[in-house]
Design a protein around this ligand. Structure first.
Ligand SMILES: [Zn+2]
Length: 382
């Protein structure tokens, strides 16, 4: 366990910026208690793509370390989503430097690694911003990105040259969304957040208290997101975190029914999604088996102080592989008492036990259909 000084120093680095992407999930590599540690790791038989992970500027050892973590539970491939946190409390911008490390790694790991680029908000106030982002999109496609990630700061924090919040459905973005479709790049879009973050009473963390006079409502952000789904039927959109509707599966269903170009991932939202009952979840996944992607929101290790320390790396590996095991055991079995392996979490789930054909699609076939250039993974029976 780290002492306070080490932890404070650790919290000060750019990983904290990244933390805001997740649902307050602690990513500090703390040890779990002895009882949790002694539980054998659940390992899957399926071919699995984690379609939602993050990383800062990659270290040479980042990808091998992540593959090692995932192999403990049978996960084979992962999508790294770049993003720009401009406007957020812990802003960490996307930059050419951060992008530049990836092409080399893509060449080294063509089978295992997929990278999604992002929109660079650094010049959001410049008159040329809307042309610039289209040019940068083409540049990123040339570097080998296989999709685009947009974060929730679009709609909630990023402002234009007049100081106005940029709306997701601002028509000036239309050429950008159209170009994503033209290039065949899916857009993984995180818009809004769980609806409850707009009711300040129950939110302890200031960072997630969205009931502010200047903040658009949850309904307005969802409306903006849906407007682009409708306006760009030729572009594929994947709603991160169940499209921020994880507490309302009927609403997810309605949105998927209305927009055939819309898909969702499950990253960081098992808590809300699993709340109704395993049967309800199974029914939803069976009906929408072509529309949901597996993802965890995990962080690929990239900080020198972790990668260069065998002790810290061992802690990180233990935490992260247990988190994978928890997801997989939840989706594949009807085991009871699946405790989230996160220090301090009281979340306990009962497995949804999805049918094998549904798992195949959810774990890899849907991602292989949407993301260009992925080699098809084997099915269990092959
Ligand atoms: Zn994320």
């Amino acid at each position: 366990m780290y002492n306070n000084i080490t932890r404070r120093r650790f919290m000060g680095d750019s990983l904290l910026a990244a933390k805001t992407a997740c649902l307050g999930s602690a990513f500090l590599p703390e040890f779990l208690n002895a009882q949790e540690q002694s539980r054998p790791l659940y390992k899957s038989r399926y071919h699995i793509i984690d379609a939602h992970t993050h990383c800062g500027a990659p270290h040479d050892d980042s990808v091998p370390a992540q593959l090692d973590i995932m192999s403990q539970t049978g996960v084979n491939k992962f999508v790294v989503l770049l993003f720009d946190t401009l406007g957020w409390k812990y802003a960490g911008g996307w930059s050419k430097d951060k992008m530049s490390g990836w092409p080399k790694l893509l060449k080294r790991f063509p089978e295992e690694l997929i990278v999604f680029g992002t929109m660079d908000f650094n010049r959001a106030t410049w008159p040329t911003f809307f042309q610039d982002i289209v040019q940068k999109l083409e540049w990123q496609a040339e570097l080998g990105v296989q999709g685009i990630k947009l974060w929730k700061n679009l709609g909630m924090h990023v402002r234009d040259g007049n100081g106005k919040l940029l709306k997701i459905d601002d028509p000036r973005f239309d050429p950008y969304w159209a170009k994503c479709g033209e290039l065949g790049l899916p857009v993984l879009i995180h818009s809004a957040d769980p609806r409850r973050y707009w009711t300040a009473e129950e939110i302890k963390d200031r960072m997630y208290r969205y009931r502010q006079s200047w903040m658009p409502s949850w309904e307005e952000l969802i409306r903006q997101r849906d407007a682009i789904l409708k306006r760009h039927p030729g572009t594929t959109f994947i709603g991160a975190h169940f499209g921020s509707m994880s507490s309302d599966l009927p609403m997810v269903a309605k949105t998927l029914d209305a927009y055939p170009n819309f898909y969702v991932d499950v990253a960081s939202r098992l808590r809300f999604m699993a709340a109704p009952s395993p049967e309800t979840v199974r029914e939803f996944f069976t009906k929408y088996q072509d529309r949901v992607l597996f993802g965890t929101d995990t962080f690929v290790p990239y900080i020198d102080s972790i990668l260069n320390s065998s002790e810290r790396m061992a802690q990180w590996k233990d935490r992260k592989s247990r988190n994978y095991a928890w997801y997989l055991e939840y989706f594949e079995t009807d085991h009871k008492n699946l405790a989230e392996p996160r220090p301090g979490s009281e979340l306990v789930l009962s497995g949804a036990k999805l049918p094998p054909e549904v798992l195949e699609k959810f774990y890899h076939i849907n991602a292989e259909k949407l993301i260009p250039g992925i080699k098809k993974g084997r099915r269990v029976e092959e």
